[in-house]
Design a protein around this ligand. Structure first.
Ligand code: ADP
Ligand code: MG
Length: 293
């Protein structure tokens, strides 16, 4: 039988929009001393808009945006959605591209009348061994320092344009981090986005540790590293990419608005997608399981 205190705790959680998929996760939450947050879609809303475009060789920004949006095709990535939305809002006609191929944690590739076209972030440039020309590099650094995510449009190995996308930090993230610190819990950011963006968002939220440009298949390694240092780790995420880390963590917490894969990999789901509910999970667990001893 389920002990009464557990049943009550689970019900209290449900009333607060905290869904417990695995009772053991809720019990383990009382011992958490480190919380790792995914950035995009977790600490931030994950709703991007294009806020700047820098192009080379007199290419019109609208043309660069149209081609970028076409290459994003039906990619589900939040950055892709933001790019398509911005192109649509401007009423742009998109060129025809085919053979879409997602490159996990890096970007996307497609063909346009025989040309190879790529769109992606720092890890894509690294994969293609591309160094940005000065004007794009300056644009990239300035936007990244403001916490904007930058993706690049590359055709046949040559960068054509860089696009800056802004996302907003969820208003509740600030208080969530402050409360966790007050409770003596360490906080870290884990993201596939650039070092500069991770640093900017970490700075805005008062988080001292961030792991950036982490490929999807390496996210769970960061959890393991911290566990090896004796930390009890909760991972909070929303994306397909976060699933292995959610499974690996002592407590996996999925944001309710996230992907099905993330939700299925987590022991606890935050129905309201509110990072502050991470604090509630730990408080609820500490209060309830103390009573049981
Ligand atoms: P995150 O941890 O921020 O959710 P991902 O691992 O999904 O990030 O992606 C890491 C980075 O790879 C993104 O910040 C972006 O630069 C790039 N990227 C991935 N997929 C795409 C895409 N479809 N279009 C453009 N860039 C992408
Ligand atoms: Mg995410």
């Amino acid at each position: 039988a389920i002990p009464l205190v557990v049943a009550i705790t689970t019900a209290m959680g449900a009333n607060n929009g905290i869904l417990v998929r695995n009772r053991l996760a809720l019990e383990a939450a009382r011992e958490i001393n480190t919380v790792i947050f995914d950035k995009t879609g977790t600490l931030t809303e994950g709703r991007f808009g294009v806020v700047g475009i820098e192009t080379l060789d007199g290419i019109k920004p609208e043309d660069a945006l149209a081609l970028t949006a076409a290459v994003e095709g039906d990619s589900e990535h939040t950055i892709a959605q933001g790019i398509r939305r911005s192109a649509q809002q401007k009423g742009l006609q998109l060129p025809v591209v085919q053979d879409f191929e997602a490159i996990k944690g890096r970007g996307i590739h497609a063909k346009m009348s025989g040309h190879d076209v790529y769109v992606g972030g720092p890890r894509l440039l690294e994969m293609l061994t591309i160094t940005l020309p000065e004007s794009l590099s300056i644009f990239d650094q300035a936007a990244s320092a403001k916490g904007q995510s930058v993706v690049h449009l590359v055709q046949d190995g040559k960068p054509l344009a860089s696009l800056a996308l802004a996302d907003v930090v969820r208003p509740e993230s600030h208080e969530a981090i402050r409360r966790l610190h007050e409770m003596g819990v360490q906080v870290a950011i884990l993201t596939g986005d650039s070092q500069a963006v991770a640093k900017a968002v970490a700075g805005e939220l008062g988080i001292d540790t961030y792991f950036a440009e982490v490929l999807p298949e390496n996210k769970d390694q960061k959890v393991i590293e911290l566990q090896k240092q004796g930390r009890r780790v909760a991972m909070v995420g929303d994306g397909v990419n976060d699933a292995p880390a959610l499974t690996r963590a002592d407590v996996g917490i999925a944001i309710g608005s996230g992907t099905d894969v993330a939700v299925e990999s987590a022991g606890i789901i935050l129905v309201k997608s509110n990072p502050l509910d991470v604090v509630k999970v730990i408080e609820l667990s500490r209060a309830s399981y103390r009573k049981m001893r």
